[in-house]
Design a binder for this molecule. Structure first.
Ligand code: PA5
Length: 448
């Protein structure tokens, strides 16, 4: 099997080689800190050897649960947010037919998502959509107390019990949560729901290869073993035993830090395949939440090309030169379709008649890279042989390992997210949550 491949030549020319090599020379030390759990955030390193340590028993158990939900349900609603949401969505969006809903085929239930916003209209429309359907719920929350997810789950559970019956609900509600604490755990234990544990030492945004990502993907009918094998092959390729210059995660981490040191403050992740949109969303969370702290960090942005060449393309070509691009390039598409020839040729397209659509897309990609590099935008490229479970697994592990190394190079703790609490504190104070009396008083005073 091939690997995903990183090319940095169109970024190298924009950085001081010594600065880049300086970052690369830190890799052995930082990898050892990760291996020996001596780095900041060392309580959250469970993801590091997750692919090689996942037991076959767990995979088999997930498959059995998925099979049972597939038999019983027309729809499965996955409730979760952030790290408890984006990984599964990324896989399902990448692998599903663009017009067939999120699932491998029509034998699988339609997988949909909730708990990732607090929109009344979204939830009302969800209720409407679910009316009269047999639906199950996968409630995913490590803390078990996240407001967005908890509100959705309260509603979903009530709808499921009322319309599908209590027994059906008990069989088809699954909780993925902490082993011991949190409301999701307490309720699951009380109601007798099937549960899966999110290990203590795996943070939300690094949890896609736990049941958080694996269960929804299996329910939708995709091959979770191949997802894990892809990740495993990258665990080996990016291991601390690989020399830094041959370790793609290390090279990517060193290059983005060298670019950042040279004033490139924004990284734009680019795809030329709309199916990868949610891989970008997953990546944005991984890098944004891991690196944006202590008043530091590259701002992770993302675009879908060629769609966004007709919106953000102008800014990227000629705006402030503080950006660099990382392109995920898919070598082989899964289907073949050619441009027909037309006798009248009124649209002037006969010059590309007979070509595959992907040949045109590839030329758009190459033309864009050349133009953006000419315009002063450093460019890294990750070539993915094709979009399937195996290479998505590789991509996940590659980005996770690179994120850890990159964050440590930046001198921050990549595994916490203290800033996320601030909005919650204000929201709880504004909603008069018990225990927030002082904050409620203070915030009302401030708003007078
Ligand atoms: O990466 C993280 O830790 C966060 O994005 C969490 O995944 C997110 O806030 C959801 O948390 P929980 O799983 O506790 O509901």
């Amino acid at each position: 099997m091939d690997n995903i491949r990183l090319t940095i030549k169109d970024a190298s020319r924009f950085v001081d080689q010594k600065v880049y090599e300086g970052f690369l020379s830190q890799v052995d030390t930082l990898s050892a800190e990760l291996e020996n759990a001596t780095c900041p955030g060392s309580d959250f390193l469970g993801w590091l050897h997750l692919p090689s340590s996942l037991s076959q028993d767990l995979i088999d158990d997930i498959m059995v649960t998925a099979e049972s939900m597939r038999r019983d349900c027309q729809v499965v609603v996955v409730a979760g947010i952030g790290g408890s949401y984006l990984g599964a969505r990324a896989v399902l969006e990448a692998l599903s037919n663009s017009f067939g809903g999120l699932r491998a085929n029509h034998d699988a239930p339609q997988v949909i998502f909730a708990g990732n916003n607090i929109s009344e209209d979204y939830l009302y429309e969800l209720k409407d959509y679910l009316a009269g359907k047999k639906f199950g719920i996968i409630n995913i929350s490590k803390s078990g107390t996240t407001t967005e997810t908890a509100i959705s789950f309260r509603l979903l559970r009530e709808w499921c019990e009322t319309s599908c019956g209590k027994d059906f609900a008990r069989r088809n509600i699954v909780a993925v949560t902490d082993a011991r604490k949190g409301a999701a755990r307490m309720m699951a234990d009380k109601e007798g729901y099937k549960t899966y544990v999110i290990p203590d030492n795996v943070g939300g945004r690094f949890s896609v290869l736990t049941p958080v990502g694996l269960l929804p993907v299996a329910v939708a009918g995709f091959d979770i073993s191949r997802l894990v094998s892809g990740a495993l092959s990258m665990e080996e390729t990016c291991s601390s035993k690989s020399p830094a210059a041959e370790n793609p995660a290390a090279v990517y981490a060193a290059m983005r830090n060298a670019l950042y040191a040279g004033g490139k403050k924004i990284e734009i992740l680019v795809n030329f395949n709309p199916k990868l949109h949610y891989i970008m969303e997953w990546w944005k969370q991984l890098y944004g939440e891991s690196e944006g702290k202590d008043n530091k960090g590259i701002f992770p942005a993302a675009v879908d090309f060629s769609t966004d060449l007709h919106s953000m393309g102008q800014w990227i070509q000629q705006g402030e030169r503080t950006i660099f691009e990382t392109v995920i390039s898919v070598a082989n598409v899964n289907h073949e379709l050619r441009i027909p020839s037309d006798q009248e040729n009124l649209d002037g397209l006969n010059y590309i008649a007979g070509k595959r659509i992907d040949e045109v897309n590839k030329m758009a990609e190459l033309g864009t890279r050349l133009a953006h590099v000419d315009g002063g935008v450093p460019n890294m490229r990750i070539e993915m042989p094709k979009v399937d479970e195996y290479y998505i697994g590789q991509l996940f592990y590659f980005f996770e390992k690179a994120c850890a190394i990159s964050g440590l190079m930046l001198g921050i703790n990549p595994f916490n997210q203290p800033g996320v609490e601030d909005y919650k504190k204000n929201m709880f104070a504004l909603l008069d949550k018990p225990g927030y009396e002082k904050e409620s008083e203070a915030i009302r005073e401030r708003l007078k």
